[in-house]
Design a protein around this ligand. Structure first.
Ligand code: F6R
Length: 248
């Protein structure tokens, strides 16, 4: 695992946005599609802002980009203020030239009895595009990646999961009160994430410092799902100085 420490969130975000742009352009130059695995939440927001700016100012095109998002609350309507579908449209997709038929997100409106089929199809779609070239990740205070909470096995695939109480508590500001925070989510599994050709995990701010330290120092365990990333041979961890405080 390569650990990169930047002074500020904005420096780290710029670096990651440039890595994404380089991946898109090199796939484009060879006439290939570029398959990106995307995250939502506070962590990648600045990255998406940089990508939009590169689209506007440098002609970065997303016409050859295919995306798979990590997760979505369940149940969740795409119009909902807190849905990840809405987050992606507002923070990225509506501002770039991506073809919406190349955008894939776990569907929070699927009937409970069809969830399993949906999740299997999601896995198959990733495979049929040749796998994820670059997967972007944030990390939760529980050590989750996607919504793979502690206890998620290394062979897990896309599935319906329940959210950890800490994760639900962290989501209260968006939803107004704890009762309004969904109890479940659809998420890519640990195995799905680990199959990506390249992974960049990011963490910003002092509130992430303890889990960053545990992720890097603990034994590799499903109790800290992000620790599995240490077994990936092309994974970088990008931190700002505050998130890196306990590992320096
Ligand atoms: C979001 C996701 C989550 C977040 C994590 C950190 O798609 O998969 O794992 O990356 O909960 O959230 P923020 O970035 O809001 O601190």
């Amino acid at each position: 695992t390569r650990i990169l420490i930047f002074p500020l969130l904005d420096d780290g975000s710029r670096y990651v946005a440039e890595q994404i742009a380089t991946t898109i352009r090199s796939r484009q130059a060879n006439g290939n599609y570029c398959v990106l695995g995307l995250a939502t939440g506070a962590t990648p927001k600045k990255i998406y802002a940089h990508l939009i700016a590169m689209h506007r100012n440098e002609g970065l095109s997303f016409r050859n980009v295919v995306t798979f998002n990590l997760d979505e609350y369940f149940p969740m309507r795409p119009e909902h203020q807190q849905s990840y579908a809405r987050f992606m449209r507002d923070n990225l997709f509506n501002h770039i030239d991506i073809d919406f038929k190349n955008v894939h997100m776990p569907n929070g409106t699927i009937d409970a009895i069809h969830v399993h089929d949906f999740c299997q199809r999601y896995e198959q779609q990733i495979v049929s595009w040749g796998g994820i070239d670059l997967q972007i990740l944030g990390i939760g205070r529980t050590g989750h990646i996607g919504f793979n909470e502690p206890g998620s096995p290394s062979d897990s695939e896309t599935r319906l999961v329940s959210l950890d109480p800490i994760t639900r508590k962290d989501a209260v500001p968006g939803f107004g009160c704890l009762e309004a925070v969904p109890t479940h989510a659809l998420t890519m599994g640990i195995k799905t994430i680990m199959q990506a050709k390249r992974i960049i995990l990011m963490a910003w701010g002092v509130q992430k410092a303890p889990i960053v330290k545990r992720t890097l120092d603990c034994e590799i365990t499903e109790m800290v799902p992000a620790s599995f990333l240490r077994q990936h041979d092309a994974c970088s961890i990008v931190l700002d100085r505050l998130a890196a405080m306990q590992v320096l």
